[in-house]
Design a protein around this ligand. Structure first.
Ligand code: PEP
Length: 247
């Protein structure tokens, strides 16, 4: 059975005080029992948030692919695990775009994070020109086949996929529920072809790209959409709580 998930991605926003206040307030609300709530926090906030989070899971937004060593300024999967962090977001389009992360590097990061028993939110999604050329399905398929399709079935039990069309991230432009459903269905087909029916049916696939209270319900109602990865709207407690209640 796949889980329903509402995950926030705070990106390089918020500080420790803001984060602790937010998580404490969200913990006080009546959160739907069958929805997993995750906050993707800046590294520096993970440990303080873990001290107050009970029901809410905490994700990092990146990690390094090596175990340890002379990589000044980097954070390893082992370090994340030592904070009690639950998830790590890997392959976000901003990391691919601004930090030149390739599918190959992303796979290495995923393997390292899994080795340290972190769960993965793996992001994929096409830029606008690829969508306009109608190549979006093969583009996403190759992102999947170059990275998570190289994992074992057992490793994939700890992976959630987030489909995030780049043209919809932070732009206010959302994929229509039909566009989201079509791609999620395609992703399940890729997983079915590379693994089996069981795995394809049981892996959670989130939609990300300008999800907000006004569109979450319709997007989450799509058959192959299991929730959302939410940027901007996860920074305000009322809007994130509305999204959590949109299943
Ligand atoms: C994201 O950061 O993954 C994202 C989807 O951002 P936004 O919701 O702001 O488009």
């Amino acid at each position: 059975m796949r889980s329903q998930i509402a995950a926030g991605n705070w990106k390089m926003n918020t500080n420790i005080d803001f984060g602790q206040d937010f998580v404490a307030k969200l913990e006080d609300k009546e959160l739907p029992k069958d929805v997993e709530v995750i906050i993707g926090a800046p590294f520096i906030s993970i440990s303080p948030l873990k001290q107050i989070a009970k029901r809410i899971k905490i994700a990092a937004q990146n990690c390094h692919d090596e175990e340890s060593g002379a990589f000044t300024g980097e954070v390893s999967a082992a370090m994340l695990k030592s904070t009690g962090c639950n998830y790590v977001i890997i392959g976000h389009s901003e990391r691919r775009q601004y930090f030149n992360e390739s599918d190959e590097l992303i796979l290495k990061k995923i393997l390292k994070a899994l080795e340290h028993e972190l769960k993965i939110i793996f992001c994929c999604g096409e830029p606008l020109e690829i969508r306009e050329n109608n190549d979006h399905e093969s583009f996403v398929q190759s992102q999947l086949e170059n990275s998570i399709c190289k994992l074992s079935k057992e490793e994939l039990e700890n992976v959630v996929i987030a489909y995030e069309p780049i043209w919809a991230i932070g732009t206010g432009k959302t994929a229509s529920p039909g566009q989201a459903q079509d791609m999620h269905q395609h992703i399940r087909k890729v997983m079915r072809n590379n693994f089996n029916e069981d795995l394809a049916e049981n892996i959670s696939i989130l939609y990300g790209g300008s999800v907000k209270p006004s569109n979450a319900k319709e997007i989450f109602a799509q058959k192959d959409v299991d929730g959302g990865l939410v940027g901007g709207a996860s920074l305000k407690i009322d809007s994130f709580f509305d999204i959590i209640q949109s299943f």
